[in-house]
Design a protein around this ligand. Structure first.
Ligand code: NAP
Length: 249
């Protein structure tokens, strides 16, 4: 067994920036052809596509709101029509709309739950039939440590990320007999646009709560995703792999 992803076709939702971009580029470093989706950042997505192609791999940048069930079916159909199969899906697209419960609007709740959780259902469901035809596959869902521990001001986000863990374990049990594995990666505090807006005081608090004493890099999350995409993890399914510097231990 090896970490090589040569010959594998992968899809990363929300691959235009941050963790998704790092995952897409690293999958290509290990030889995979990679499609990414994005919501708004067309230029950034085209740059990621070009970087993947520069590494000698096939690439696609597809505009697709992860909330749309129909669009997920179309994206999977495009990949399978053009590249013949799908081996790996990384459900990474996600947003935050933080607020204390007393102040949280219905819209803030619904937006975060549909973008972060329904999207995982959309793409995991759309992948099931093609992966069954392919006699196997790997689904990797990006949750968060707050889906394990909870976080004041993030009830919507924490619920969506905890939901991903329950969904993934159920999916893993349903599809294990078809050689389809499903796992969760739960990052801690990672430096991206999403965490850019946190103030210094909050950041210092997060670092103090992290045994390794620092924020993580998107690239370190991507390392875990490569492992779960590869045949090196062939006997691992239904697992939650924290990449959090020990934060939620
Ligand atoms: P980010 O820098 O804000 O990037 C988010 C990505 O998701 C972008 O590519 C964005 O596309 C895409 N996206 C957002 N809404 C979408 C939609 N409706 N449809 C399709 N794509 C959409 O965030 P990040 O920090 O890289 O986070 C990536 C994932 O890791 C998220 O699921 C997040 O919850 C999770 N996570 C992050 C951290 C952290 O500390 N950063 C910690 C734990 C978990 P556009 O560029 O087109 O907007």
């Amino acid at each position: 067994m090896s970490l090589s992803l040569e010959g594998k076709t992968c899809l990363v939702t929300g691959g235009s920036r941050g963790i998704g971009k790092a995952i897409a580029l690293k999958l290509a470093d290990f030889g995979a052809d990679v499609a990414i989706t994005y919501a708004r950042s067309a230029d950034a997505a085209e740059e990621v596509k070009a970087e993947i192609e520069k590494k000698g791999c096939k690439a696609k940048a597809i505009q697709a709101d992860a909330v749309s069930f129909e669009r997920a079916e179309e994206v999977l159909a495009e990949i399978v029509d053009d590249w013949g199969k799908i081996d790996v899906i990384v459900n990474n697209a996600g947003i935050t709309k933080d607020n204390l419960i007393l102040r949280m609007s219905e819209e803030q709740w619904d937006d975060v739950i549909t973008t972060n959780l329904k999207s995982v259902f959309n793409y995991s469901k759309a992948a099931a039939k093609p992966m069954m035809r392919n006699r196997g596959g790997s689904i990797i869902n990006i949750s968060s440590v707050v889906g394990i521990s909870g976080n004041a001001g993030q009830s919507n986000y924490s619920a969506s990320k905890a939901g991903i863990i329950g969904f993934t374990k159920s999916y893993a049990k349903e599809l294990a007999s078809r050689n389809i594995r499903a796992n969760v990666v739960a990052p801690g505090y990672i430096l991206t646009d999403m965490t850019d807006e946190l103030n210094e005081k909050v950041l210092e608090g997060i670092k103090a709560e992290t045994p390794l004493g620092r924020a993580g890099e998107a690239d370190e999350v991507a390392d875990a995703v490569v492992f779960l995409s590869s045949d090196m993890s062939s006997y691992i399914t239904g697992e939650v792999l924290r990449v959090d510097g020990g934060m939620a231990m």
